[in-house]
Design a protein around this ligand. Structure first.
Ligand code: NAP
Ligand code: G4F
Length: 363
């Protein structure tokens, strides 16, 4: 039996790790590109690497989206059936401080990959998935954003992804490469990077509960997002490439909540009662009541959330909610995880992680 070969860029990231697991379960041979870093960057995929049943099925290679030679060499050697381009400087806030770097990685990096397929003469063999984003909609032009909604990017990140979106379409039309965009709305998990807001909240609360921190500082808590689970969304990346023709698809839960609601629901799940006071930069939340035995490090009236100017962006995307009708109809998309299940999974994982690190810290 001939197994399909997939090449994943960004395999060390949140989505890359879930996609690798998903494709291995589907009997793919999975190759991943990891970049050189001065410290270990494989914690999300070490369990796959160490799994004996994936011997000769899972390979890691050094490479970088900014090094076209590394991409051409790898693609030529592997001749993958499918490439998933998940690598990116993916933090919107950081992109304002690193606009040039973000553009090089996200825009030129995507071009480098597409052109490597062309250079290797694999236009009719290798399918290409581009990790496009709801950030493209930015200043929204329609109340629910679909594949037909006009884009209005509001950050260097979103603008760099706009180039990547279009160059993917250009290579599809010019060279007949099966190249598709998944326009994914926010998706989270216990593997989410710790500087993205949901994980920052679940980690921050966990640290306070175990006495390792006192207060969590956030930015615009009135921002609205459509949050799904990364595990569900990587299945859709795969489905996008299994569709009968290359195309672009919005993947979203079609439900929207504020950052403040996410915070409130985390505390509700933990049965800790909090109350909000003030407004603007002076808004804060205090602990009202909780189980003293369960949470010995907490104190009544302790200020647990504050707002900091530091976490506001020069230009904010206030409001995103997807219209995923096309994916629902053509790809049979149905979100599996709601926000309450997501919060439970993330809170449980971070409480456990923090409990273990607290024990280590005490030793
Ligand atoms: P992530 O956790 O930040 O992972 C990004 C990955 O890209 C990491 O593996 C990172 O490597 C790698 N990378 C960064 N620069 C690179 C370079 N120059 N060359 C090679 N690899 C590089 O992101 P994610 O949440 O999994 O998202 C995956 C993709 O989907 C990204 O393109 C993101 O922009 C897009 N997206 C994400 C969401 C979301 O809500 N998560 C929504 C829409 C679109 P290191 O581990 O070494 O840093
Ligand atoms: O979690 P975030 O940093 O995600 P953001 O900016 O929506 O971007 C993520 O989703 C995109 C899809 O739409 C991806 F393309 C992108 O790669 C990334 O994965 O922020 C969410 C919201 C923002 O409005 C932000 O201003 O939360 C607000 N926020 C409030 N306080 C904060 C904070 N964000 C962060 N990171 N940290 C805060 O303290």
């Amino acid at each position: 039996m001939k197994f399909k070969k997939a090449l994943i860029t960004g395999i060390t990231g949140q989505d890359g790790s879930y996609l690798a697991e998903f494709l291995l379960k589907k009997k793919y041979i999975v190759h991943g590109i990891k970049r050189k870093s001065s410290s270990f960057n494989t914690s999300r995929i070490d369990h796959i690497y160490d799994n004996k049943s994936y011997k000769n099925k899972f390979y890691l290679h050094y490479g970088d989206l900014l090094d076209p030679n590394s991409l051409t060499d790898l693609i030529n050697k592997i001749k993958p059936d499918e490439i998933y381009n998940l690598a990116a400087q993916s933090h919107v806030g950081v992109s304002f401080q690193l606009p040039n770097y973000t553009t090089q990685v996200n825009s030129l990096g995507t071009l480098n990959l597409l052109h490597a397929i062309y250079d290797c003469g694999l236009e009719s063999k290798t399918k290409f998935y581009q990790a496009s984003t709801s950030e493209l909609y930015g200043e929204i032009q329609e109340s629910r954003q679909s594949e037909k909604t006009s884009f209005y990017p509001k950050s260097p990140y979103a603008t760099s992804k706009l180039f990547a979106y279009w160059i993917t379409k250009n290579y599809r039309e010019s060279y007949k490469i099966f190249a598709s965009n998944g326009i994914l709305f926010n998706h989270e998990s216990p593997r989410r990077g710790e500087t993205f807001v949901t994980r920052k909240i679940t980690m921050g609360i966990s640290k306070i509960i175990y006495g390792l921190d006192k207060c969590l500082y956030l930015g615009n808590i009135y921002s609205l997002r459509d949050w799904g689970h990364a595990r569900d969304y990587v299945e859709m990346c795969w489905k996008v490439l299994q569709y009968k023709k290359p195309d672009d698809f919005v993947i979203a839960t079609e439900k929207q909540y504020s950052v403040k609601y996410f915070v409130d629901e985390c505390f509700k799940y933990l049965r800790i009662k909090i109350k909000w006071y003030g407004n603007g930069l002076k808004e804060y939340a205090k602990i009202v009541s909780f189980d003293y035995k369960k949470y010995p490090f907490l104190k009544k009236n302790m200020i647990i959330i504050r707002i900091s100017r530091k976490y506001f962006r020069p230009n904010e995307v206030n409001n995103l909610i997807g219209n995923a009708s096309k994916a629902k109809k053509l790809l049979k998309w149905k979100p599996k995880t709601n926000i309450y299940q997501l919060i439970k999974e993330m809170m449980d994982a971070d409480l456990e992680y923090t409990r273990k690190s607290q024990i280590k810290y005490k030793l």
